[in-house]
Design a protein around this ligand. Structure first.
Ligand code: ARG
Ligand code: ZN
Length: 871
């Protein structure tokens, strides 16, 4: 069944208190829940109390101490209905559940020797009967009981209030959370875990105990995560005046997790890949991701937990805002420009295609069949861009005032996106009426810019036109309010003052234009010579921009734009134009050639001696085949591959000496450090290696692999080797496996590298690897590293003309449907772009989608994805 935002109503019954008793045994778990319930004053006469329950065996049910008989309630599907309830009462239920066989990784599950929970969005209903919706907020007290020898660590949200031994070698712990919370923030854990301890003193002088629970063998890999947490806590105090509100903050790492991490109150559960790291096993990117995700979950304590959601349509209220906060945090900890570029890469690679496909939805969706399908790049990443645009329009000070007002008004509440926008508006006095369309209209606006220079009047006019594309269920959209951060650059590379027509004083060198009509012109006066515009600086709006820049102009921007993001963007545009311009020639079997000015521009950037090396590396990374495909109306898989390979080979050949020189310049045998400069150096070195491998012998690359002293260098070399059809490739894979077979996170990299290889026979190797003893279809990280990486990150092999890549994906979805529906649905979205390919491939993909759709017992989440794709 599809749920609609327009049908939302506040609950009829509130649950004030929840007392849980969870008795864990090897083959079954008993959960006794005592709920203190009160009828809402707004409840309709005779409204029944509705509780959700999924895969629960109801053993007992009592109201105010009286056992109910079967005529007193109905239990149909996943809803328990209690009619005729008094104004206030106590409901006690006892259920039996089976975490030991729960492979969905939702609710209470058992994995790798530990019992743990994942309740967001609707997992709590797999633990006990409950009105499992975020606007029901309660005080929780939870007692966990388990075997003491096997599960010495027993955790739940809040503070430990009691613990002790029981008969038969069992023990218990009781936890109490002083903060009211919705059920999706509930968590508990029982396991045998190592505990790494630290502490943080808040700005107001309170001491908070920090506890990281990980597998014993991973106890030496928590340092970075702990430091990141302390930095996050200090950053939120400094930036937003927000302090932590409990005496203890716990993080539990698990290898078996559907998502990245979960912000359960005081007891975060993390995918181990976002906690565990040391230089020998984790790459620079891993370290950065850990800092970002630790920050993200910590920041949720205010944006998500203290102020939560009234319904799931509002998910972006907490996720968009919290992603914005974690992005800002990472920018402050490292290089802002580099962070911005990688965030925009993610947006373009994941969100733009989503916005252009069958699952396109506004950041505040209007309906859903399966909520799990809406933890999307749109809700998260585009949601963060929407917050960023508010920040851009208001400026940092007014934005901070808006945040303060938001917490002042809504702390302890369950609210909607509207409340956030209203607080921003009220605190700043800025009218956001039109801006609100970003919450309701899906699709990536396309902004076309026309330029006109009048040498007589010295007027320079930019005319913007926007088109918001139709998306499923939405057409004829209104124009959005778009912030255009911009500047004008003179031929000498100097910025030009931006004085708008009608202004008396000379304008600033950079400004934010507010563009909110279908078409709007902005005229600048006193412009002596025709300038080159630098538009959407820092990616000031999540739009695609269309400007008729020539190659020469793009090269100029690449070398002269004072905005580092736009320098990078100009380089990407230049590469994309070049490669896409060759695709037709590839089809016609024409001889390809690369322009001399482009080669010279690449050389100039590569050998630039003052530019940040990380920016150089980003600028000279060619757009991926997926991204290039996305820029084409009809994706030519083989043409893109051939053209991109040609450009890479030619740059490698023509600039061989420079790649080699920079590679050597970036080499360093000192100890591994995580400062931005060292990271940048390693990044540029890896990039050079990818080009060098195209012109040098495989032995040279193998040497880089063999001599690496940290995982960043080691994996970079392995990845390059994996594309070579040479014995060194196999040899390196073998050595890597032998070295790391005991470390499951490092093995994920081993699987992924092989899955994304360009070598012939990759599909066959991926299928063989799916039978490897270290592969486990029940483990989402493994599925993502092997099958996910192949289908999403290796378009040329995935889209093989014989359809065998599609078979692999369809088979995987069907297998996972019965094991882990949420991951199955994620994987199924790999077919979402099927209509963008040639007829032959379309037919092949459509057939696979239909095969999935006809699967027996298809999970609702998978159904939603494939049925929407087939429309
Ligand atoms: N709230 C979590 C986070 O962003 C993610 C939960 C994912 N849940 C899901 N059903 N996909 O930090
Ligand atoms: Zn989040």
């Amino acid at each position: 069944v599809e749920k609609h935002l327009k049908d939302y109503k506040r609950p009829d019954f509130n649950v004030e208190t929840v007392e849980l008793h969870v008795d864990i045994c090897e083959t079954e778990t008993h959960v006794t829940a005592t709920l203190g319930v009160a009828k809402s004053p707004e409840a309709a006469e005779g409204a029944p109390f509705l509780l959700d329950g999924k895969e629960l065996e109801l053993l007992e049910i009592e109201v105010d101490g009286r056992t109910l008989s079967e005529v007193d309630y109905t239990l149909e599907g996943e809803v328990l209905t209690l009619p005729g309830m008094p104004e206030a009462f106590s409901l006690k239920t006892k259920v039996k559940i089976h975490p030991e066989t729960n492979t969905s990784l939702e609710g209470l599950y058992f994995a790798d020797g530990t019992f743990l929970t994942q309740c967001e969005a609707e997992g709590f209903r797999r633990i006990t009967f409950f009105p499992d919706r975020p606007d029901v907020m309660s005080s929780y007290r939870c007692t966990v009981v388990a075997d003491k020898a096997k599960y010495p660590v027993l955790l739940a949200n809040g503070n430990l209030v009691e613990e002790g031994a029981l008969a038969d070698g069992r023990h218990f712990a009781t936890w109490e959370d002083p903060h009211k919370k919705p059920s999706y923030l509930f968590a508990m854990v029982a396991g045998d875990l190592a505990c790494r301890k630290d502490s943080f003193t808040t700005a107001s002088g309170r001491e908070v105990a920090l506890r990281f629970y990980v597998d014993h063998q991973d106890a030496d890999k928590c340092e970075h995560a702990i430091e990141s947490l302390k930095k996050s806590m200090a950053w939120d105090e400094e930036t937003f005046g927000l302090e932590y509100d409990l005496d203890i903050y716990m993080v539990v790492a698990t290898h078996s997790f559907n998502a990245g991490a979960m912000e359960n109150k005081g007891l975060n559960v993390f995918n181990s890949k976002y906690v565990l790291a040391k230089p020998e096993t984790a790459t620079d990117t891993d370290f950065q991701n850990i800092e970002g995700v630790i920050g993200h979950e910590y920041f949720h304590n205010w944006t998500g937990n203290r102020v939560t959601l009234c319904n799931w349509f509002q998910l972006s209220l907490k996720e968009g805002l919290t992603v914005f906060r974690d992005q800002e945090f990472s920018s402050d900890m490292g290089s802002r420009a580099v962070k911005r570029i990688s965030d925009v890469r993610v947006l373009r690679a994941a969100q733009f295609p989503e916005d252009a496909g069958p699952m396109a939805h506004p950041i505040r969706p209007e309906s859903y069949i399966e909520m799990n399908n809406f933890y999307t790049a749109t809700v998260y990443n585009k949601g963060a861009e929407v917050i960023r645009m508010i920040h851009t329009f208001l400026g940092p000070d007014a934005f901070r005032k808006g945040m303060d007002l938001y917490f002042e008004r809504h702390d302890g509440g369950a609210v909607a996106c509207e409340e956030f926008v209203k607080a921003m508006e009220d605190a700043s006095g800025v009218d956001l009426t039109r801006f609100r369309l970003w919450y309701s209209q899906a699709g990536t606006p396309k902004v076309t810019v026309d330029r006109a220079y009048d040498a007589e009047t010295k007027h320079y006019t930019l005319t913007f036109t926007q088109a918001v594309p139709d998306t499923p269920g939405q057409s004829n959209k209104k124009p959005m309010q778009i912030p255009v951060k911009m500047g004008l650059i003179g031929a000498d590379g100097m910025p030009i003052p931006l004085t708008l027509e009608g202004e008396s004083a000379q304008g600033p060198l950079e400004r934010v234009l507010s563009f909110s009509a279908n078409m709007e012109s902005f005229t600048f006066t006193g412009v002596e010579d025709e300038p080159i515009p630098s538009l959407f600086r820092g990616f000031s709006a999540p739009v695609t921009k269309v400007v008729d820049f020539t190659e020469e102009e793009l090269i100029f921007l690449m070398g002269n734009d004072p905005d580092p993001f736009n320098r990078w963007d100009a380089a990407q545009q230049l590469f994309a134009d070049t490669i896409l311009g060759m695709v037709a020639d590839v089809r016609d079997d024409k001889k390809l050639s690369l322009s001399e000015p482009l080669v010279a521009a690449v050389k100039k950037t590569l050998t630039h001696d003052t530019l940040d090396k990380a920016l150089i590396a980003q600028a000279l990374t060619l757009p991926s085949e997926t991204e290039l495909g996305d820029r084409m109306a009809h994706i030519d898989v083989d043409g893109i591959h051939a053209a991109r390979e040609f450009v890479a080979d030619t740059l490698a050949e023509k600039l061989k000496m420079s790649w080699r020189a920079v590679f050597e310049e970036c080499a360093d045998d000192g100890p591994y450090t995580l400062d931005s400069e060292s990271i940048a150096r390693r990044r540029l070195k890896s990039l050079c290696l990818t080009y060098l491998a195209r012109v040098e012998t495989p032995i040279t690359t193998f040497e880089a692999f063999a001599s690496a002293t940290n995982m960043t260098d080691e994996l970079a070399a392995l990845t390059v080797l994996s594309d070579l059809d040479a014995e060194e490739s196999e040899k390196a894979m073998g050595l890597f496996y032998e070295a790391w077979k005991a470390d499951t996170l490092v093995l994920d990299k081993w699987f992924m590298t092989q899955a994304t290889s360009k070598r012939p026979g990759t599909l066959e190797r991926v299928k063989a690897l799916a039978e490897h003893p270290d592969f486990d279809i029940k483990n989402p990280n493994k599925v993502r590293s092997l099958i996910g990486a192949f289908c999403q990150g290796n378009p040329w092999h995935f889209h093989r003309k014989d359809g065998k890549g599609y078979d692999l994906l369809a088979d995987t979805v069907i297998t996972l449907n019965a094991i882990n529906p949420s991951i199955a649905a994620r994987m199924a979205s790999g077919f979402n772009r099927w209509k963008r390919y040639d007829e032959e491939r379309q037919g092949l993909m459509k057939a696979r989608l239909e095969r999935i759709k006809n699967t027996e017992n298809l999970a609702s989440g998978v159904f939603e994805i494939v049925s929407k794709a087939l429309i």
